[in-house]
Design a binder for this molecule. Structure first.
Ligand code: GLA
Length: 755
C-alpha cells in the first residue's frame, strides 16, 4: 500500500512506495523544506535520524552558502545564499526579486490506489502560496511531483521567471552517469550516456514540442556501473509536450541535483492577483534492479495510470475549455479482440490492445484516391488488418506538401462522393476507419490562411519562416483552439472515423502574438505553455465527446512522445524511418521508458524508401511485432507469396499480442554488445514467454550466443509448442536459449508455455 506519514515532532514527511521510500523535513525555523532521502525502503526511525545529521564533512562556510548541497532544498526558492538551479524565481510588483517562505499547512488525501501529499509554503510578505504535490500509487515505486503557484493578490501581480515541476536530490556518487535519448528525424530515441562531472548538463527542447532531438527522460546511476539487470538507478520523466528543460548538476559536494519542467528560455508568466499556475507532473523512480527494472516499472505504471488517463493535475486545462474536458473513458468494448477488460481480473480501465493497422502513406503518398484506397483496403482486410488508415493527401488542395493544411474537407477531385463510401467499404470489410490530420498547422496556400493570416505565430516586421511549407497555428489563442476543436469534432461527428493520426510536422519559429503584445497586461511569452495546454484540452475534449475514437500522436515520426501526450492518445508513431534494421536501435531507446503497447511499427516495402536497404519480410515483421504492429507497404506490389506470409505472421502476432502489449519486457540481448538484439516478454501471470530476436550482419563468426532469459520460475518447465522441446526455467536463465544458426538479417520468434 502506498503510504504517507508525518512525524509532527520532528516535522518530517515520508512517502512509502512499493519497495522504496522518500522523505523530507522542515528546517527548525520553518523557513525551508529539506530533502532527506530517496532510495530503498528504510524504517521511519532511520529517516528521523537522517534529519538530525547530514552535515558531516561540510565546512561551516559551505554550510552557510550552499543551502542546496549540505541541506538541499526540496524545492529551491531563489533567494538568500542559493546558487544552484532554482525551482522558482519570481519578481514582485515592488521590484523585490528574492523569494522567502514559511511552511503553512499540509494535507494527505487518498484517491483509490493513489495517495497525495500536499505541502503549502507561503511568502509572509506578499502572500504568494506555493504548493508542492506528491502522488504515489499502490504497488508502484513511481513518485509523481508537481507544484502549484497561487497569487492571493495583496502584493499585486507576480512575474514568474522560472518554475520547475520538481527537484530531485540524489546522494553523492563517485562517478555519476547520465543515460538519455537523443536523435533526429528518422533517428529518434537513440540511447546514449555520459559521465557527469562537476557542473551542469542540460537537456532541453526550445522547439515548442517535445522534439526529436532529446526526450524528457533520464536515468542516473552513481558509479557508472549499473547494468540492464542490476545496480541502483534513479530515473525521471516529464509529462509535458512543449518546450522543456532538465538540468543534471553535480554539486561541489558531489551530490546529484536533477530538476526540470517548462523551459525558462523566452518564457515568463504574469501571475495576476487571484491567479494560479499549475505545473506539469515530473515523475521519478528508484530501483536497485538496473535499467531493465526501471523500464518495466515505467511501463507498468504508464499502463495502469497514464495511458488514457488524460488530465490529472489541471496543468492542461485552459479557461476556454470550460466543461469540454473530462476524463477519458477507456474504450474497452471496442478494442481489438474485445481486449480491454477481457483478461482475468484486470481493472476495467486497462487500455485496449492496439489493433493491427494499415497506413497508406508509404504506398500512396499524396496520390490518394477513393478507388486506390479501396483496393488497398480489400487486400488489407484479407491479411487480417483491423484498422485502415488513410494518411495525408485526402483533403482539399493537397496534391503535394505546398498546400491544403488547414482546409479539412475531403478533396472532391479525389473523393467525388465524399469520404463516406470509402468509410462504409472499410467497415464492411470488418475494419475501423482511420484518418490523418495535422490540426495545429496551416499552409500559406490554403483558404484558412487566406482568411486568417493572423492566426499563426509571428512577429511584426519579421519573416514567417516556413518549414515543409507550413506555419504553426497560434493555439494559445482561444478562438484558434476552439476552431481546431470544432473542426475535428465536426469531422468525427459527420463520419464514421474511429482512429485519428494527429500529426505535427514542424517546430515553432517566430513565436510571437502581436495582438497580445499590444495589450496593456499582455504576456505573449505564455504561448509556450498555452499551446500545449490547449492541445491537451482539445484532445481531452475530443476523447470525451467521441469515446469510440482512438488517437495516435505523430510529429514527423516520434517528435512528440512523452508522458503528457501519452495520457491522451492510445499510441504513438515511433519514427518515419521504417527500415527494420535501424528500427531495432530506435526501439531499444524508446523502450527505456515507454511501453511496447504504444510503440507503433509498420512493415514496409523492401528496399526501404529512406535507406535503400533490403531486408527479408520475416525480419521486417519480427521487428515490427515488438510493439503495436502495422503494415505500411504498397500491398498492391506484394507477391501472392508475400501476402500469404504476411497473413500468417499477422495471425501469429494476434496470438502473442496480449503478452507483447501487456507483459513484462526484458531486453535480453542488445546490438550494442551482442551479435543480436533480443527482447523477451513475460505474461504478467508468468504463464507465457515470447522471444523476438534480430541478427545483424555476421562479423568474424560471433554467432554463438544464447540469450539468457529472465524473470522465469527456475524450477518450472517451459514448452516450445512448435518443436515440442521443454526447458527448465533455471537452464533458460543460466545457460540461455539456443536459437540455432542464423543468416545475416535473420530473425526469430519463439513462444514458450509454462507447463
Ligand atoms: C509525417 C508523418 C508521416 C506522414 C507524413 C504525411 O512525416 O510522420 O508518417 O503522416 O507526415 O505528410
Amino acid at each position: 500500500m502506498a503510504g504517507v506519514w508525518h512525524d509532527g515532532d520532528a516535522q518530517i514527511w515520508g512517502l512509502e512506495m512499493h519497495r522504496t521510500c522518500y522523505a523530507f523535513g522542515l528546517a527548525a525555523d520553518g523557513t525551508a523544506v529539506r530533502h532527506l532521502y530517496w532510495g530503498p525502503a528504510l524504517p521511519r526511525a532511520a529517516l528521523t535520524g537522517l534529519a538530525a545529521s547530514g552535515r558531516g564533512g561540510i565546512s561551516p562556510w559551505e554550510r552557510r552558502i550552499s543551502g542546496g548541497q549540505a541541506q538541499p532544498d526540496e524545492y529551491v526558492p531563489w533567494g538568500g545564499l542559493r546558487y544552484d538551479e532554482p525551482s522558482l524565481k519570481v519578481e514582485y510588483a515592488d521590484g523585490t526579486r528574492a523569494l522567502e517562505w514559511r511552511f503553512a499547512a499540509h494535507r494527505v488525501t487518498h484517491h483509490g490506489s493513489r495517495a497525495v501529499l500536499e505541502l503549502d509554503l507561503a511568502d509572509p510578505a506578499y502572500g504568494l502560496l506555493v504548493t508542492l504535490h506528491y502522488q504515489i500509487y499502490d504497488g508502484f515505486d513511481v513518485l509523481e511531483r508537481w507544484a502549484t503557484i497561487a497569487n492571493p493578490g495583496p502584493g499585486g501581480p507576480v512575474l514568474i521567471r522560472q518554475a520547475h515541476s520538481a527537484n530531485w536530490w540524489l546522494p553523492a556518487g563517485p562517478r555519476w552517469r547520465l543515460r538519455y535519448l537523443h536523435g533526429g528525424w528518422g533517428a529518434e530515441t537513440q540511447l546514449t550516456q555520459t559521465g557527469l562531472n562537476y557542473g551542469k548538463h542540460v537537456l532541453e527542447s526550445r522547439s515548442g514540442t517535445t522534439s526529436h532531438h532529446l526526450n524528457p527522460w533520464f536515468t542516473l546511476d552513481p558509479d557508472g556501473a549499473a547494468a540492464e539487470d542490476t545496480g541502483p538507478v534513479w530515473s525521471g520523466a516529464l509529462a509535458w509536450s512543449g518546450s522543456w528543460k532538465l538540468v543534471c548538476e553535480v554539486t561541489p559536494s558531489g551530490r546529484l541535483h536533477a530538476c526540470g519542467g517548462w523551459n525558462d528560455f523566452d518564457w515568463t508568466h504574469q501571475l495576476a492577483p487571484g491567479g494560479e499556475l499549475v505545473l506539469p507532473p515530473f515523475a521519478g523512480l528508484h530501483t536497485t534492479g538496473g535499467f531493465g527494472a526501471a523500464s518495466r516499472e515505467w511501463h507498468a505504471w504508464q499502463q495502469a495510470h497514464v495511458l488514457g488517463h488524460g488530465e490529472r493535475t489541471g496543468a492542461g486545462r485552459p479557461r476556454w475549455a470550460g466543461g469540454l474536458a473530462r476524463p477519458a473513458v477507456a474504450d474497452g468494448a471496442d478494442g481489438a479482440d474485445g481486449a480491454a477488460g477481457a483478461e482475468g481480473g484486470r481493472p476495467a480501465t486497462e487500455p485496449a490492445l492496439r489493433p493491427v493497422l494499415y497506413n497508406s502513406w508509404e504506398a500512396t503518398s499524396f496520390a490518394v484516391s477513393a478507388d486506390g484506397q479501396a483496393r488497398l483496403a480489400e487486400l488489407a482486410a484479407k491479411l487480417g488488418i483491423e484498422c485502415f488508415v488513410v494518411d495525408d493527401g485526402w483533403f482539399t488542395g493537397r496534391q503535394h506538401d505546398h498546400a491544403g493544411l488547414g482546409d479539412w474537407t475531403p478533396d472532391p477531385a479525389k473523393f467525388p462522393h465524399g469520404l463516406d463510401p470509402l468509410i462504409e467499404r472499410v467497415a464492411a470489410l470488418g475494419m475501423r476507419f482511420g484518418l490523418w490530420a495535422e490540426p495545429e498547422m496551416v499552409n500559406p496556400d490554403s483558404d484558412l490562411y487566406r482568411a486568417h493570416p493572423d492566426w499563426v505565430y509571428h512577429f511584426a516586421n519579421r519573416a514567417r519562416t516556413e518549414h515543409r511549407n507550413q506555419l504553426v497555428l497560434n493555439l494559445a489563442r482561444p478562438d484558434v483552439a476552439e476552431w481546431v476543436f470544432r473542426t475535428l469534432d465536426g469531422l468525427l461527428s459527420r463520419h464514421g472515423i474511429r482512429f485519428v493520426k494527429w500529426d505535427m510536422n514542424r517546430p515553432f519559429s517566430e513565436p510571437g502574438w502581436p495582438a497580445e503584445a499590444g495589450e496593456a497586461d499582455g504576456n505573449p511569452e505564455r504561448i509556450w505553455a498555452e499551446h500545449v495546454r490547449n492541445l491537451y484540452a482539445i484532445l481531452d475534449g475530443l476523447r470525451a465527446a467521441h469515446p469510440g475514437v482512438e488517437f495516435e500522436s505523430c510529429s514527423g515520426g516520434g517528435g512528440r512522445v512523452d508522458l503528457g501526450i501519452l495520457g491522451r492518445v492510445d499510441q504513438v508513431w515511433t519514427s518515419d524511418n521504417t527500415d527494420a534494421w535501424d528500427r531495432v536501435r530506435i526501439q531499444e531507446g524508446f523502450s527505456q521508458v515507454y511501453p511496447p503497447q504504444v510503440m507503433m511499427n509498420w512493415v514496409t516495402d523492401s528496399p526501404n524508401w529512406l535507406t535503400g536497404r533490403r531486408l527479408p519480410l520475416s525480419f521486417r515483421f519480427h521487428v515490427a511485432m515488438a510493439g503495436g504492429l502495422g503494415i505500411g507497404g504498397d500491398l498492391l506490389g506484394w507477391s501472392s507469396d508475400e501476402l500469404a506470409e504476411a497473413a500468417t505472421l499477422i495471425a501469429s502476432y494476434k496470438e502473442i499480442r496480449p503478452v507483447i502489449q501487456r507483459g513484462h519486457l526484458y531486453r535480453v540481448a542488445s546490438l550494442d554488445s551482442d551479435p543480436l538484439g533480443a527482447w523477451q516478454y513475460l505474461a504478467r501471470d508468468g504463464s507465457e514467454v515470447v522471444l523476438l530476436g534480430w541478427w545483424g550482419p555476421d562479423q568474424c563468426g560471433t554467432r554463438l550466443f544464447r540469450p539468457r532469459l529472465a524473470g522465469l520460475d527456475s524450477s518450472a518447465s517451459y514448452l516450445d509448442p512448435v518443436t515440442g522441446q521443454a526447458y527448465l526455467g533455471a537452464s533458460l536463465m543460466d545457460v540461455g536459449l539456443d536459437l540455432g544458426q542464423t543468416a545475416d538479417f535473420g530473425s526469430t520468434l519463439v513462444r514458450l508455455r509454462r507447463c
